[in-house]
Design a protein around this ligand. Structure first.
Ligand code: SF4
Length: 383
C-alpha cells in the first residue's frame, strides 16, 4: 500500500500549489501548468522549471527550488500531480499515474449522514477546492481511462459541479467519469438537466440506494425524505439518457432487505447500467458503528447469491466489490471484482499460498482482524 502523502524537505523557492512531476517530455503539462522537474540520478536542479523533485537528499546549496528527501521515496513519481502548501513539509499526491482509482475530491460537505460513511462529512466551507480541481484537471494525463468524482456530496456544488464536468470533458475528452452521488439534488430538474447536457454519455452516475423501502433507506443515510429524493433524481437522470450505477453497501442494517431490493430494482429501475453490491470499508463512521453494522459475509452469502442471480437472470449487470473470493459461493466468483484502490488494498496471513490471490479483491488496509470473515482460507487448486 503506497500512501498519498509524505513529508519532505521543501525549498523556500518552491511555489505553493499544484505541480506536475516531469520525468520526460511526455509528462509536460499544457501551457500555463506548473511543473517540477524530476531529478533522480545525475540531473542537477537547473533550468527554467517552477521547481524540482528529488527522491534523495540534496546538498542544501542546491535545494532552493527543490522538494527532496521525502520520508517515503515511493509516494511521488514522474507523471504524478502533487500539492505543496506554503510553509508546510507535507507533499500530497492528487493524481497518481498508473493507479487503478484516481478521483477528484470535490467537497467534505454532505446532505446525508450515512451510518457507514467512510469519509464522514464536515460542514465547512471548502469551496476553494473547485478552483484547485479545475487546475488539477489540466495537469492529469489525457490518456487516463477513468476518473472518479467524489466527496462528500458533489451535487452540493450545484453549478460548480457542472463547471467541473465541463472542464473534464474539455481537457480529458477520452476519460470516462464516474461520479459518486446520492442524486438527491437531481430531484431538481434544472440541475439534472444542466449536468446531463454536459455529461452526455461520458459519465456514469454511481448512486447509493440501500433498501426497497423508504424507512430503511432513510434510516441508513440518516436523512428523512432521502429515498424519495434519490429515486426522483435517478428518474430525472434516466429521462435524460444518463448512465446510472446503483450501489448497495452490505451490512447488518441493509442485508435484511437484500433480496426484496433486487426485486425492487428489477421492477422499478430495470434501465440502470450496473448494480454494485459492496462490502463495508472499515473507516470513519463504519468503524465507530461496527457493532451495529458488522455481519460476517459468510452469513449473508446465500442471500447475496440469490439477489445477484435474480438480477443477472433478468439481464441486469451486477458486480461484487470489496469481498474476498473465499467467502463467496463459486457461482458468484464471475461477479467479484478487484475493486479496492491499490493504495489501500492488502491481504492477510491466511492468504499465503492462495491460488486465487491475483483475482481476489482482498481487504482494505484499514481492516483489523475483527473485520476479517471467519470464512477466509487459502484456496489451493492445481490447474
Ligand atoms: S485466502 Fe485471501 S487471497 Fe485467497 S480468496 Fe481468500 S481473501 Fe482472497
Amino acid at each position: 500500500m503506497t500512501p498519498l502523502h509524505t513529508h519532505a524537505v521543501v525549498g523556500s523557492g518552491v511555489p505553493a500549489g499544484l505541480l506536475k512531476i516531469v520525468g520526460t517530455n511526455r509528462d509536460l503539462p499544457s501551457p500555463g501548468g506548473r511543473a517540477a522537474r524530476w531529478i533522480d540520478g545525475d540531473l542537477a536542479p537547473e533550468g527554467d522549471w517552477d521547481a524540482f523533485f528529488c527522491p534523495h537528499p540534496l546538498d542544501a546549496s542546491r535545494s532552493h527550488r527543490t522538494i527532496h528527501s521525502p520520508r517515503r521515496s515511493d509516494v511521488v513519481a514522474p507523471g504524478d500531480v502533487i500539492r505543496v502548501r506554503a510553509g508546510s513539509s507535507l507533499v500530497s499526491v492528487l493524481y497518481r499515474r498508473g493507479a487503478n482509482a484516481n478521483a477528484l475530491f470535490v467537497t467534505e460537505r454532505c446532505n446525508s449522514y450515512c451510518l457507514m460513511c467512510s469519509q464522514p462529512p464536515r460542514d465547512e466551507d471548502d469551496s476553494w477546492r473547485l478552483a484547485e480541481l479545475l487546475e488539477l484537471v489540466d495537469l492529469i494525463d489525457p490518456d487516463l481511462t477513468q476518473l472518479g468524482i467524489t466527496g462528500g456530496e458533489p451535487t452540493l456544488l450545484g453549478q460548480g459541479l457542472v463547471t467541473l464536468l465541463a472542464a473534464c470533458r474539455s481537457s480529458l475528452p477520452r476519460t470516462r467519469l464516474h461520479v459518486l452521488t446520492n442524486a438527491r439534488r437531481f430531484c431538481e430538474p434544472g440541475l439534472a438537466g444542466a449536468a446531463a447536457a454536459i455529461a452526455e454519455r461520458a459519465v456514469t452516475w454511481a448512486v447509493p440506494l440501500y433498501a426497497d423501502v423508504a424507512s430503511r433507506h432513510d434510516y441508513i443515510v440518516q436523512a428523512h425524505g432521502a429515498f424519495a429524493e434519490t429515486l426522483h433524481g435517478i428518474y430525472n437522470l434516466a429521462e435524460r439518457g444518463q448512465a446510472i450505477e446503483i450501489r448497495f453497501v452490505l451490512h447488518k442494517e441493509s442485508v435484511p432487505r437484500l433480496e426484496p431490493f433486487a426485486e425492487f430494482l428489477w421492477r422499478n429501475l430495470p434501465f440502470v447500467d450496473h448494480v454494485a453490491f459492496m462490502g463495508l470499508e472499515p473507516m470513519g463512521f463504519a468503524k465507530l458503528n461496527r457493532e451495529r453494522l458488522w455481519i460476517d459475509p459468510v452469513d449473508y452469502a446465500l442471500a447475496l447469491e440469490r439477489a445477484v442471480l435474480h438480477l443477472s437472470d433478468r439481464g441486469m449487470s451486477a458486480s461484487l466489490y470489496n469481498l474476498p473470493l473465499c467467502v463467496l459461493p463459486r457461482s458468484l466468483w464471475p461477479f467479484a471484482r478487484k475493486s479496492i484502490s491499490d493504495w489501500k488494498n492488502t491481504f492477510v496471513a491466511a492468504c499465503e499460498g492462495c491460488s486465487e490471490r491475483d483475482s481476489c479483491a482482498g481487504f482494505f488496509s484499514s481492516a483489523g482482524v475483527e473485520w476479517v470473515s471467519r470464512g477466509v482460507r487459502a484456496i489451493r487448486e492445481t490447474s
